[in-house]
Design a protein around this ligand. Structure first.
Ligand SMILES: C[S@@+](CC[C@H](N)C(=O)[O-])C[C@H]1O[C@@H](n2cnc3c(N)ncnc32)[C@H](O)[C@@H]1O
Length: 255
């Protein structure tokens, strides 16, 4: 019972933080936000041609993985924890008029932003309220799953990877960026809701993270550390220095 209450508390704070990122992207957080961050992470400028500026302003990802995703015209893409939609808009541009992109998120303010920016112009994108650990889609309904800075925020990561694997077709790709650790975090950090919402407290050890992906029926093909990603606040920097908290990107294929 106690654990459930604290998970609820953490999720409440996660929603509060990302509602604020959606409404006030320039307010100042434990982490960077916006176009400068995307440039530092290696997003090529040409990807932004069709992307609404406000979606870029609220970008709070931790890495670049569109090279791993290798999206092709006509593919169906699921963006897990799509925020204000920057990566979904980029994906929609890459899969073109015959493709389809669905973004899901749990924070209403992020979904409101994304849907407003979608307008009538982007009819091949849909944004829906849904949880990564309970995806409302048929088995094998997507070619590719992408996600940026989100799975660390999900308490039951094994369930999240099982859901992702379930909705990918055989041979489908999962290309994501996320925060992981080199050492196991201590309980005081895991139970610090602010550090959790800042993408640190919920981070799993990289070795465990990769094992969970494989246990969910996907094969990890490639990983890459995003050494350009840095936390901003002192508490976040301290925890990340001590436990080897880092951003990485990975490509996995549904077996
Ligand atoms: C760090 S932000 C990243 C947003 C977006 N991917 C980006 O790059 O800007 C994390 C997002 O994950 C969403 N989120 C957290 N837990 C989630 C869950 N269990 N299911 C779906 N979305 C979740 C949050 O609401 C937030 O919008």
């Amino acid at each position: 019972m106690e654990q459930t209450a604290s998970q609820q508390e953490i999720e409440g704070l996660v929603k509060q933080v990302y509602a604020s990122v959606a409404r006030e992207p320039h307010a100042g957080y434990h982490f960077e936000v916006g176009r400068g961050l995307a440039d530092n992470l290696g997003y090529p400028a040409e990807l932004f041609n069709q992307v609404p500026k406000e979606a870029v302003d609220s970008f709070a990802g931790v890495g670049y993985h569109f090279d791993f995703a290798d999206l092709k015209p006509g593919e169906t893409v699921l963006d897990l924890g799509s925020g204000s939609g920057m990566d979904s808009f980029i994906a929609a541009g890459l899969v073109g008029a015959n493709g389809k992109t669905v973004g899901i998120d749990i924070t209403p303010e992020q979904l409101d932003n994304a849907n407003r920016l979608r307008g009538d112009r982007f009819d091949k994108i849909e944004f829906r309220h849904a949880r990564i650990d309970d995806l409302p889609f048929e088995d094998a309904s997507f070619d590719v799953a992408i996600s940026n800075g989100v799975i660390n925020l999900v308490a039951d990561k094994q369930k999240a990877f099982e859901q992702i694997s379930r909705v990918l077709r055989k041979g489908g790709r999962m290309a994501i960026s996320d925060i992981v650790t080199e050492k196991q975090l201590t309980t005081d950090i895991v139970c610090d809701a602010t550090l959790w919402a800042s993408c640190i407290g919920g981070a799993a050890r990289q070795t465990d993270y990769l094992k969970m992906i494989e246990a969910a029926g996907m094969q990890v093909v490639e990983t890459r550390d995003n050494t350009q990603y840095h936390f901003l606040s002192e508490s976040a920097k301290e925890a990340s220095g001590e436990f080897g908290v880092k951003s990485f990107s990975l490509l996995a294929v549904k077996a």
